[in-house]
Design a protein around this ligand. Structure first.
Ligand code: SF4
Length: 425
């Protein structure tokens, strides 16, 4: 049985001042019941708890009409801590805010997989992207800054490529997206991190039923199980549709103050966004992951199908995000920049055995040739360079085949438009 504080007959700010004084006398985790007949207490006390990290446990009304509000003292070592997978999207932001709202100390982690479209745009530095800061902004960092969430950004790209992208136990979605394995991988990592940092709870912004495959109930259960987090993973947005987690049962998190979103509609999230004043967020489902992009997936499948060595070069995968790709043969592929930023990027890729190809007057797309092209393929690549230049309607065009520090000029006719479709990936 906790302490009781009777503040009846007093009004704002007296009940809150008295509550603060009593809490100073109590140890972490102690419960306090505040009696008040001031209706303003119904918002003041929850706000006070949020501001000070105490947990508001709820309110009942006595037969006399007096409110009885119960709170649990937090602070210091008794305060619940939670680590969330923070993408920067609306759902993970709201999940974090729901927990902060009940006094939980929230931290975030963002795993950099190497397949984020925003990271790629930033690396390319296209002027049109730079003019729109949101196109090149790390949304997770933005959310962390706006909502005071300490955030760790962790590079997992090497391990992710090998264990998730190339060898997913649960296969791919509609593109090259191994979403189920991806979630399991990230949760295991987050759980490890939480263990190292002594954090009580791991949470995500997942909403049951929102995505057709990876967020159905059976899949959510499977992900939780295979991540080794059965009964320990908190999904605050759908928590009230899901079994009680250990943190809820232990009173570390108040289940009643978690949410009940479900399905593809976004109305519940919109209500929460309005409540927390979250107005600026990326379009839901806008997508930031190359693995879920169909163009990228086509190129990735082509790369895998034409790879003899059994291990894929990280640079070849990076280049899948750039330019037009044309397969000239089993062992030769050419990539041309679609604009100046991509051509500049590709020109920097001419290293070691990689060939570059560019019209001699420089007024065209820069290309690189991957693999081991024979003389015929080199000539075809040169014809394509002529095609993707200002001289596309000429008859003979001088093209440079570039390797390391040498340039070999060749005279070629531009490839005809109708031939392109045979090679385009
Ligand atoms: S879309 Fe990409 S980042 Fe998101 S779960 Fe799927 S594979 Fe992972």
């Amino acid at each position: 049985m906790g302490r009781e504080l009777d503040t009846t007959g007093t009004f704002c700010p007296v009940p809150i001042l008295k509550t603060g004084r009593i809490l100073q006398e109590l140890g972490p985790g102690a419960e306090l019941a505040v009696l008040s007949d001031d209706p303003g207490i119904l918002t003041d006390l929850p706000d006070f708890c949020t501001a000070h990290g105490h947990r508001y446990l709820g309110c009942s009304t006595e037969p006399s009409g007096v409110y009885r509000l119960t709170i649990r003292k937090q602070g210091g070592p008794g305060r619940t801590t939670a680590l969330g997978l923070l993408s920067g999207g609306l759902d993970s932001t709201l999940a974090a805010r729901l927990l902060q709202d009940q006094g939980v100390e929230v931290r975030g982690v963002h795993f950099s997989t190497g397949f984020c479209m925003v990271d790629h745009r930033r690396a390319l530095g296209r002027p049109t992207d730079l003019e729109e800061p949101d196109r090149v902004r790390n949304q997770a960092l933005k959310v962390a800054g706006e909502h005071t969430i300490p955030l760790d950004v962790v590079d997992v790209s090497d391990e992710y490529l090998e264990t998730v992208v190339l060898n997913p136990k649960h296969g791919y979605g509609a593109a090259f997206n191994p979403c189920i394995d991806c979630r399991i991988f990230m949760l295991r990592k987050a759980d490890e991190l939480a263990g190292e940092q002594g954090i009580d709870v791991v949470f995500t912004g997942e909403v049951m039923g929102q995505r057709p495959k990876s967020q159905q109930r059976a899949t959510l259960d499977l992900i939780e199980r295979e991540a080794g987090m059965q009964g320990r993973l908190l999904r605050p947005l759908s928590a009230r549709h899901l079994p009680e987690t250990e943190a809820e049962a232990a009173g570390q998190v108040d289940r009643e103050r978690l949410w009940h979103a479900h399905g593809r509609g976004r109305s519940e999230q919109m209500k929460l966004a309005a409540r927390f004043g979250v107005t600026d967020y990326p379009t839901p489902g806008g997508g930031c992951c190359y693995l879920a992009d169909h163009n990228f997936a086509r190129r990735m499948r082509d790369l895998v199908a034409h790879n003899r060595s059994g291990s894929l070069e990280k640079r070849s995968i990076l280049r899948l995000k750039v330019g037009r790709h044309l397969r000239l043969g089993y062992n030769a592929k050419v990539i041309f920049g679609r604009d100046e930023a991509e051509s500049t990027f590709l020109a920097r890729e001419v290293q070691g055995d990689t060939w570059g190809v560019h019209v001699a007057d420089g007024r065209g797309s820069f290309g690189i040739i991957e693999g081991a092209p024979d003389e015929t393929r080199l000539k075809t690549a040169a014809g394509l360079a002529a095609r993707y230049s200002r001289q596309r309607n000429g008859t003979r065009v001088t093209v440079h085949l570039i390797r390391q520090d040498s340039r070999r000029p060749v005279e070629v006719a531009p490839v005809a438009e109708e031939e392109l479709k045979d090679w385009l990936i």
